[in-house]
Design a protein around this ligand. Sequence first.
Ligand code: NAD
Ligand code: PRE
Length: 371
Amino acid sequence: MAPRGIPEPVLIRGTGLLGTSIGLGLRSAGADTYLSDPSPSAQAVAVDIGAGQAFPGDLTAAPSPGVVVVAAPPDVAGQVVIDSLVRFPGAVVLDIASVKGAIRREVDAAVVGGTLTPAQAARYVGTHPMAGRERSGPVAARGALFTAAPWVVCAKGDTSPEAVSAAEEIARVLGATVHRMSAEDHDASVALISHLPQIAASLVSSRLQETPAQSLALSGNGLRDTTRIAASDPQLWVQILAANAPDILQILYGVREDLDRLITTMEEPLAPGARLDIAQLIAEGNAGHARIPGKHGAPPQAFAVVTVIVDDTPGQISAVLQDVGEAGVNVEDLRMDHSAGHEVGMLEISVLPGRKQDLTDALTAQGWKVV
Ligand SMILES: NC(=O)c1ccc[n+]([C@@H]2O[C@H](COP(=O)([O-])OP(=O)(O)OC[C@H]3O[C@@H](n4cnc5c(N)ncnc54)[C@H](O)[C@@H]3O)[C@@H](O)[C@H]2O)c1
Ligand SMILES: O=C(O)C(=O)C[C@]1(C(=O)O)C=C[C@@H](O)C=C1
């Protein structure tokens, strides 16, 4: 059955990681979805994995969408939004690109230039799900990608209420939490909470290019935790960083100051005050880290981690999770780690601190090796 409040069918333009994930999520909620991508293989894969039906190339035979979701790369998203507003009269058009101000300005400029009427532009609303992966393309898509993630909706005074309500309903149906914000506030926020982390991960990882294999073999969670997103797509990130350069620059100036301060201190680490300076830097990091909210936007909460050793063979993870379910313990987060050179994996199960001992006992009793 179709979810309430989403005008159907939903046409998704761009069937990479995000477009296909949205299609999968909407399909499993019962929505009627169509898919379109200039890459025939990206579109065919998205159709094959069940994200929706191919949108007919012959527009005269095509259904008239109630909502168009533009999930194209940031550079072209504005043009696809404008094209959709003209091509599909009556449809709400939303985009999900990572930077919002540039697309808003393109739509506004199209009104000034006469390509769009104000009424057409009112059907557009910019949005941004704060969930993704370091991989691209439909094969990496997940219908549950947006569960418990923030989803920003950037309406303006003249955005139609129907557009806002359709965008917010899509976010909610996909399990996300809606945050309303102006495009300017959004771009300033993501410069810090999304774009700086990508830059930091890339900078750290680029140091590893010439590192001898024997050093890399020592890699532990510290390196993995700080570098996962260094595997992200350069094509996508060049567009994101270029589109948000002014906001990112302000943050980079501050980082440069801190780095200069640290370099000066490290040049004479035993000088009076140097160690206090280093401690201060780490403590400032502690204070910032403690402010990151937890799941569902709740206040930060430290989960306890139960680490289980599993064989690197099919079925092991589901068998552990089955036993976790039977122990009646909720999984707050989950990650899998591998030690270089060992054919075992470490499954790290985050749970509420009060449940750690119960889970450890229950899994040990089932024969699992808990470390
Ligand atoms: N990757 C993430 O983690 C993430 C998270 C949130 C939002 N976003 C945003 O979502 C959008 C898509 O990112 P992605 O990660 O799915 O990228 P992707 O590379 O996996 O997919 C992009 C798809 O868009 C298609 N495309 C290219 N030009 C197009 C056009 N003119 N019309 C329609 N489709 C076109 C490509 O063929 C490709 O299939 C981007 O705007 C990105 O900023 C990405
Ligand atoms: O977790 C990841 O791999 C992401 O790509 C996530 C992330 C983020 O910074 O949170 C990255 C960029 C997108 O615009 C939105 C989400």
